[in-house]
Design a protein around this ligand. Structure first.
Ligand code: 1PR
Length: 526
């Protein structure tokens, strides 16, 4: 039996689902005694360290946890659950009391690479540990974090991982283990690691010659645009330049849960659901979407992002819901990240107009509680051609290799809202930077001109935005063949590439994309 420490803001559903898949009974901690009575304690945490440690202090969990750990009883801390074992974190301005089981602190990445570190990276194994039974050293695990632990005692290092420099990605001392990566989101390798934690006893490790894993993989993401069709059924649909109707009907390309499962089994590194009518419907009334997420997270053990309708809302009875309430409901249902589209444009425009952060916007409130890595900004830009940069002095204009209809050799990328239905006077690069300043952790960069065209990604747009921000960028829209993924990774520094149509129409399976990339020396998770 596994006891799960749910402090309220971490995504415990995924861990619970993974453990239940392994046939385990999972009991949540409801009071301090539950910690002391646990047989095996698992502490998953995603998000913000300060929020987490504050809650542990308020609930009176610090002392019982210290007692449990002092007896060397089985413990697995994931991400923030690992951070909590140390003496404090740079992410905590108020320096709350931490567990301090291990000497050392949690520090922010100092690197030229994008921060957060999001994606699949290899681990270098430093100890022979039952935790890695049946796991080969080249296997990759899923990471999502801006901070990492720096232990004073090198003998507790279980694995290191390279991201710019090597950092400690797991520790073990006796039966106490912490991983920076998320086994519950790391596909078959992660499930195996959780199985090892559940079944091995004791978990004791010993030093070994370091076996080296590999670096960060480029992620391949399958995107499912979801909406109700005219009969009221929730379907996966797909547009051509955002027009999802064909002969008047909403295109129906399948059922969301079944398709997500198919893509997981075919090797997708992440699944994104976009509730494309979310701008006019209210997600918390749209319960099928919550149900889709719950069902998917029982069967799919890679990260899930959900977008559409993440904003403040007052329902017909006058009840007010903040964007944070909406996001919290999604996280509780199994989402790892939320993606904000239209609202991000309104928030960024207000911020740029006043020069002030209100602290109350969806981007700020959600990233404060769940961490920057949980907030993705979905940008839906369109090209606007001009003859000269002076024709659009307030926007980031580029010279383009693909001239406009009137032979114009310059363009800028105008942001849209409401699924491309309305434009706003802000360009994609400016929007991305403003959202990063407000706390966003990743950019999902669509391109309406390319969406559904199978003509390849707009690498000019991707280079413009990727060159402006220091958070990861997901290239999206236009993939028509495996070569297009190779092109986007060779010609830009995008960390991930997303596609919809070619996967839905079974034109190119995800495994075929990955096999092609591997042959072109692009690092992928196999
Ligand atoms: O504005 O916060 O409610 O979010 C709405 C979300 O729904 C946004 O992320 C927006 O991008 C998305 N959306 C709205 N309308 C549409 C539509 O298609 N009519 N879909 C839409 C956006 C774009 C991509 C697509 C890629 C790859 N879909 O997600 O999957 O372009 O397609 P391809 O590989 O087939 O070319 P809010």
């Amino acid at each position: 039996m596994i006891t799960l420490l749910d402090y309220g803001a971490g995504n415990v559903r995924s861990v619970t689902n993974a453990l239940e898949k392994l046939g385990q009974k999972v009991t949540p901690v409801t009071c301090a005694e539950d910690i002391l009575n646990a047989e095996k304690l698992l502490f998953p945490g995603v998000g913000n360290y300060e929020t987490m440690i504050q809650i542990l202090n308020t609930k009176g969990y610090i002392e019982p946890l210290r007692q449990y750990l002092a007896q060397d009883r089985p413990f697995l801390g994931i991400c923030l659950g690992l951070h909590a074992l140390f003496e404090g974190s740079e992410e905590d301005d108020s320096d709350h009391e931490s567990l301090g089981v291990f000497k050392g602190r949690v520090k922010r990445f100092v690197t030229d690479l994008s921060v957060p570190h999001i994606g699949w990276s290899g681990v270098n194994i430093h100890q022979d540990s039952p935790m890695f039974n049946g796991i080969e050293s080249g296997n990759k695990f899923y990471f999502v974090h801006s901070y990492h632990v720096v232990p004073e005692d090198a003998s507790i290092i279980l694995t290191t991982t390279s991201y710019g420099n090597d950092f400690v990605s797991a520790v073990q001392k006796g039966n106490i283990i912490g991983t920076q990566f998320h086994p519950e989101k790391s596909g078959p390798s992660g499930i195996r690691l959780l199985e090892n934690f559940v079944s091995a006893s004791p978990l004791t490790s010993r030093p070994r010659n370091i076996s080296r894993g590999s670096g960060l993989a480029k992620r391949i993401i399958a995107c499912l645009d979801v909406r109700a069709n005219d009969q009221g059924d929730l379907v996966v649909t797909k547009g051509d330049q955002y027009d999802v109707r064909e002969k008047g009907d909403v295109r129906n390309l399948g059922k969301p849960v079944a398709l997500a499962k198919r893509y997981y089994e075919d090797g997708a590194d992440e699944i994104t659901f976009l509730n494309i009518t979310g701008f006019r419907d209210f997600p918390l009334e749209d319960l099928p979407m919550i149900q889709v997420l719950k069902e998917t997270s029982k069967q799919v053990f890679v990260p899930l992002t959900i977008g559409g309708g993440i904003r403040d809302y007052t329902d017909s009875s006058g009840k007010y819901y903040s964007a944070l309430d909406v996001a919290a409901q999604y996280f509780r249902s199994g989402a790892d990240k939320v993606s904000i589209g239209s609202d991000a444009v309104y928030i960024a425009m207000d911020y740029l107009k006043t020069g002030k952060k209100t602290g109350t916007s969806a981007i700020e409130t959600i990233s404060r509680v769940y961490g920057n890595q949980a907030v993705v900004i979905s940008i839906d830009p369109k090209r606007v051609y001009v003859n000269h940069p002076d024709d659009a002095p307030d926007h980031r204009v580029i010279e383009t290799r693909l001239p406009g209809p009137g032979g114009e050799t310059y363009c800028w990328y105008q942001c849209t809202v409401k699924g491309g239905r309305e434009t706003r006077d802000i360009d994609a690069a400016t929007l991305a930077l403003a959202c990063q300043e407000l706390g966003a952790g990743e950019i999902l960069l669509n391109c309406i001109d390319r969406d559904g065209t199978n003509s390849g990604f707009d690498t000019e747009l991707i280079n413009l935005v990727r060159g402006t921000v220091s958070i990861p960028v997901i290239a999206s829209s236009g993939a028509g063949c495996a070569q297009h993924f190779d092109q986007v990774f060779k010609e830009t520094d995008a960390e991930a590439a997303l596609a919809a149509g070619i996967f839905h129409r079974k034109e190119v399976p995800i495994q075929a994309v990955k096999a092609f990339l591997s042959g072109q020396a692009v690092e992928i998770r196999s």
